[in-house]
Design a binder for this molecule. Structure first.
Ligand code: G3P
Ligand code: CA
Length: 240
């Protein structure tokens, strides 16, 4: 089995404003294998990269992301909340990341946020973009909303997917089979080492999040998890 991959959570988010192009570019430059980022729709149905449903924490905007058109969202700084030096950073679009990714070989963990009533719309907008940029073999589509992953798998079974799980599940192996997914993206303290080993031996791709502690990073590397999702990709790479 190949070595555990290191995915930068929302880009290199411990050092740069999360979910911005500078956070993705610097993650690439430190040598990560992949990046993770959050996707939701603007008012005019453009997939944009921002974690919260509201703008307030990570931009100069205020209120619900989906209440603004792309043009309006682009007026806000997505970096000044982190540090004034990043004030020119904008909220990226999914297409901007995909275009940028055509110049590198990173894996792209696309986390679908959005609302449950927008599931099919999100799928119908995101898939053509993956296809347009020829990224079918480089994306992993994940979500806390397992129904959107189930729907995705029925429509595009050749694209890799994963469910995101916060708490322990009774029978994770059976559950992932029911969703028809391969990836189990779990809160890093929600599985025991024994459970993790069993799942790995069953062929499930474990990607714990958000692993920022060096002892935990070592644990998941030793277990040979498929990937570690971390805010500290530099630390994780140095420990691998
Ligand atoms: O994809 C794993 C992780 O990003 C899920 O949690 O809240 O950071 O999106 P959150
Ligand atoms: Ca995320």
């Amino acid at each position: 089995m190949s070595q555990t991959k290191i995915f930068a959570h929302r880009g290199f988010s411990s050092q740069f404003p999360e979910n911005t192009m500078i956070a993705f570019q610097t993650a690439l430059e430190v040598g990560v294998d992949g990046i993770e980022f959050d996707v939701q729709l603007s008012k005019d149905h453009v997939p944009v990269i921002i974690h919260d449903h509201t703008l307030d924490r990570t931009s100069t905007g205020s209120g619900v992301v989906g209440h603004y058109s792309l043009q309006e969202l682009k007026q806000f700084s997505a970096g000044s909340w982190f540090h004034e030096q990043f004030k020119e950073e904008q909220i990226p679009t999914l297409e901007e990341i995909f275009l940028w990714a055509t110049n590198n070989a990173l894996q792209l963990n696309v986390e679908l946020k959005g609302y449950v009533w927008e599931r099919q719309k999100l799928i119908s907008i995101v898939f053509p973009l993956i296809k347009k940029y020829g990224l079918q073999n480089r994306v992993i589509v994940s979500s806390f909303d397992h129904k959107v992953i189930h729907l995705w798998n029925k429509q595009f079974p050749t694209i890799e997917t994963g469910i995101i799980v916060k708490a322990a599940l009774h029978n994770p192996k059976l559950y992932v089979q029911q969703i028809a997914t391969l990836g189990y993206h779990f809160y890093y303290m929600s599985l025991t080492t024994e459970e993790a080993e069993q799942l790995i031996n069953s062929g499930i791709r474990l990607r714990p999040y958000t692993v920022n502690d060096k002892n935990w990073i070592r644990t998941f590397v030793n277990l040979k998890c498929e990937a570690i999702i971390t805010d500290y990709p530099d630390l994780a790479l140095s420990l691998r």
